[in-house]
Design a binder for this molecule. Sequence first.
Ligand SMILES: [Zn+2]
Length: 179
Amino acid sequence: MKESAATHLKTSRIIKHTTDNNDFEIWEQPGTGHKALHSLSRFAPGDRLDNFGARLKLQQPSYLSVQISADDHILLKPEYLQYMNHSCQPNALLDTREMEVRAITAIRPGDEITFFYPSTEWSMAQAFSCHCRSRHCLKYIQGAAYLSADILEYYYLADHIEEMLRERSLGDLFEEEPA
Ligand SMILES: [Zn+2]
């Protein structure tokens, strides 16, 4: 969990990660040090890229953590997955029930792998300005808590985020009740 996907002028490939079936690389942009996870394999929508688990469990979100329930945050294992940047038009998702990363759209060799951070994060430790260049870029990313249901309905959301949204809308109903 770092920042948004950016256009890469010139990249040097630094770390290769091979799973049973697939190859990935972390590319670093010279100068900025901006890192991004790219696929060297091909995926169709719905394909599993990898499974993930917890390298470390945290009670509070951190710069690198992924939220997997209302109260639990983890550092991803395998570690290469933490180089997935955010995009407002993502090509992958983190399913926190099945604990797997899946393709949303077709992913071709060389493509950067991105996911929508508010799909797992309710309120992020570190908000950031997004420069993902998608047509519907939300510009400022700080978690699902800060986005309207109208925007979120366009996205796949993890179970706990769906649940927290339901609780939020119920809370709004009660607040609107006359005293
Ligand atoms: Zn964006």
